[in-house]
Ligand binder design. Structure first.
Ligand code: PLP
Length: 390
């Protein structure tokens, strides 16, 4: 089945929909049983998509978990109230005091903060590695290394990692390979084909797609699924069926949305290449982006999120550009239908083993579903404001 078709059908098994097109919102805390036998059956199968108690999920959650497994190719999917909760709980499920993990140096800032605060306090040590390290990762693996955590492309600076090489070496040393797969949305990169054991997404982004729900997922191979599932349950992780309904609705248009985000973004990048205000463009589909060759080899498409470095300006001129934008709103997050802009003046702040040499500010854009000409006009005026301050 091609991915567009898979996206339409994912999670819509009749046991969840009971004949209607969309899996319904099923709200529950208590599930009641008519007999001891029924109750025992539910209890002994409580990890297996059987109604047991609200915290284990209802049919809306089962449908969404199935949809994510079908999308990414996982054997099981744990659902969390945010992408950050998915990352932290997936890590916590597999470490104990005295363990060590390897974390990409360009990882999402809250992931780094979790390592520096919670993991450190628990006596779990983190070593950051250059996302472009490739086979060199072997030198950083210790006898107590439990997890190799990847994020590809990385946050803000967009480096694409050599996932199969990293995964192969990690497995030779019995490390679990986890990937923050948010950028690909599970559509443009199939994590389990490249050796990933647990694939994590901030479903908040493209899966939900409309900037109105916080949600996280961790899909897993058969091998790690029981531990991931039971530890998520022990941590009390559960999500609202209303949010899951919205996520299921979001998934249906995922392929067409991504296609449009990609098309508009490629047009805008080509236009940016003609602008003298624009230096290095950090978009995986262009060869100025570190790891472009791995993107070409492993991904089937891109989306609306990328960064570029200015060739001029300081904080004051960056503010002039940002403050007058009409369609590009300033905001964290991305993956909704709307365009967003983020100015970054201190990339080094969230790095420890890699350097960032550019002196001029970086801009991260999320290209939404507005008309491209309107967006280009908005950016043109932004560059004019920037130039006026110099
Ligand atoms: C947004 C994001 C997260 C966190 O997701 P939340 O739902 O906001 O907690 C994790 N990883 C990446 C790459 C993200 O962009």
């Amino acid at each position: 089945m091609k991915k567009e078709t898979k996206i339409i059908n994912a999670g819509r098994q009749s046991k969840w929909t009971r004949g209607v097109v969309n899996p319904p919102v099923e709200r529950a805390s208590t599930v009641v049983f008519d007999s001891v036998k029924q109750m025992k059956h539910a209890t002994s199968n409580r990890g297996k998509q059987v109604l047991f108690y609200g915290r284990r999920g209802t049919t809306t959650a089962f449908a969404f978990a199935d949809a994510m497994n079908e999308l990414e190719g996982g054997a099981g999917c744990a659902i969390y109230p945010s992408g950050t909760a998915a990352i932290t709980n997936a890590i916590l499920a597999f470490v104990k005091t005295g363990d060590h993990i390897l974390m990409a140096d360009n990882t999402y800032e809250p992931t780094r903060d979790f390592c520096e605060n919670v993991l450190k306090r628990m006596g779990v040590e983190t070593t950051y590695y250059d996302p472009m390290i490739g086979a060199g990762i072997e030198q950083l693996i210790q006898s107590n290394t439990r997890i190799l955590f990847l994020e590809s492309p990385g946050s803000i600076t967009m480096e694409v990692q050599d996932v199969p090489t990293l995964a192969k070496i990690a497995h030779q040393h019995s490390c679990i390979v986890m990937l923050d797969n948010t950028w690909s949305a599970g559509v443009n990169f199939q994590p389990f084909d490249f050796g990933v054991d647990i694939s994590i997404q901030a479903a908040t982004k493209y899966i939900v797609g409309h900037s109105d729900v916080m949600l996280g997922t961790a899909t897993s191979t058969e091998e790690y699924w029981p531990t991931l599932r039971e530890n998520s349950y022990l941590m009390g992780q559960c999500t609202s069926p209303d949010d899951l309904y919205l996520a299921l609705r979001g998934i249906r248009t995922l392929a067409v949305r991504l296609k449009q985000h990609q098309e508009s973004t490629l047009k805008i990048v080509k236009w940016l290449q003609t602008r003298e205000e624009v230096g290095k463009i950090l978009h995986p589909a262009f060869n100025s982006c570190p790891g472009h060759e791995f993107f070409q080899r492993d991904f089937t498409g891109s989306n609306g999120l990328f960064s570029f470095v200015l060739t001029r300006g300081n904080q004051h001129s960056l503010n002039a550009l940002l403050d007058g934008m009409k369609h590009f709103k300033m905001g964290y997050s991305w993956g909704g239908f709307e365009s967003l802009i983020l100015g970054v003046t201190n990339v080094s702040r969230t790095r420890s083993v890699t350097t960032w040499d550019d002196t001029y500010p970086l801009i991260r854009l999320h290209i939404g579903l507005e008309n491209v000409d309107d967006l280009i006009e908005d950016l043109t005026h932004g560059f004019e404001r920037l130039n006026q301050t110099l």
